[in-house]
Ligand binder design. Structure first.
Ligand code: C5P
Length: 226
């Protein structure tokens, strides 16, 4: 790992409804201690010297964001999200280009619902990928034995788990390449659940950077219980 990190932009997709949380508001506005999840998530990036700017993708109907102090932070730009996460991210990338980001600039895409990103993981990702021709993502080797299910809910096989990783965020790619890959993949009707899958669809092989397992995505009510 080197001491220097490259300049980078951030896109935070935060336009989901988070229905699995069964809450009265989008999950990024649930409290973790004194502050909302999304404020914790933004804090992971805002003090980084390499940060060039940050775009948050929100539902056009979102009335919660404007009540947060960070809504007036000049480093943060709000833009509309889309139907799926990938549509939200693509909107965020278009907004970055409008803000002056260049095609070769690095962009880190990070879920609003992952408030526990360690600074050491962020710095590791930036350092390990800054000279990479493609980019990559934080990921964790799977710990549990995996089962392939059949249509009846029975086990059809047990794959070799040593080959499998769980994909986390941030995922770090160059603006131009990621924008083309996501735009083309969505236009072709491909199922895109993260930035890496769009890059893979376009023929690239993103690098896996091993991160901490506690960079979890808050998904279900039990994820927030002490
Ligand atoms: O639903 P899931 O937890 O996979 O969402 C991951 C992230 O993508 C969340 O931060 C969510 O707000 C965001 N998202 C989005 N636009 C959508 C759906 C999800 O920005 N249409």
């Amino acid at each position: 790992m080197t001491d220097t990190t490259p300049p980078f932009w951030v896109v935070i997709p935060a336009a989901g409804v988070g229905s699995r949380m069964q809450a009265d508001r989008p999950k990024q506005y649930l409290k973790l201690g004194q502050r909302s999840l999304i404020e914790h998530t933004l804090d992971c990036f805002l003090d980084q010297p390499g940060l060039l700017g940050l775009v948050v993708c929100l539902s056009p109907e979102d009335g919660w964001w404007s009540q947060l102090p960070c809504a007036v932070d000049p480093r943060i730009t709000r833009t509309d999200g889309g139907r799926e996460r990938a549509d939200s991210v693509l909107n965020g990338l278009h907004r970055l280009a409008e803000l002056g980001a260049a095609a070769d600039d690095w962009v880190l895409v990070h879920d609003a619902a992952r408030p526990n990103l360690a600074e050491s993981d962020l710095l590791k990702l930036l350092a390990q990928l800054q000279d990479d021709p493609v980019g990559g993502l934080l990921a964790v080797p799977v710990r549990d034995t995996l089962k392939l299910a059949d249509a009846d809910g029975r086990v059809s096989s047990t794959p070799d788990r040593s080959l499998y990783w769980q994909a986390y965020t941030p995922q770090m790619f160059r603006l131009g390449a990621l924008r083309s890959a996501l735009g083309d993949a969505l236009a072709a009707g491909a199922v895109i659940t993260d930035e890496s899958s769009a890059m893979e669809w376009a023929g690239h092989r993103p690098r896996l950077v091993e991160g901490r397992a506690d960079n979890i995505k808050i998904t279900r009510p039990e994820d927030l219980r002490p």
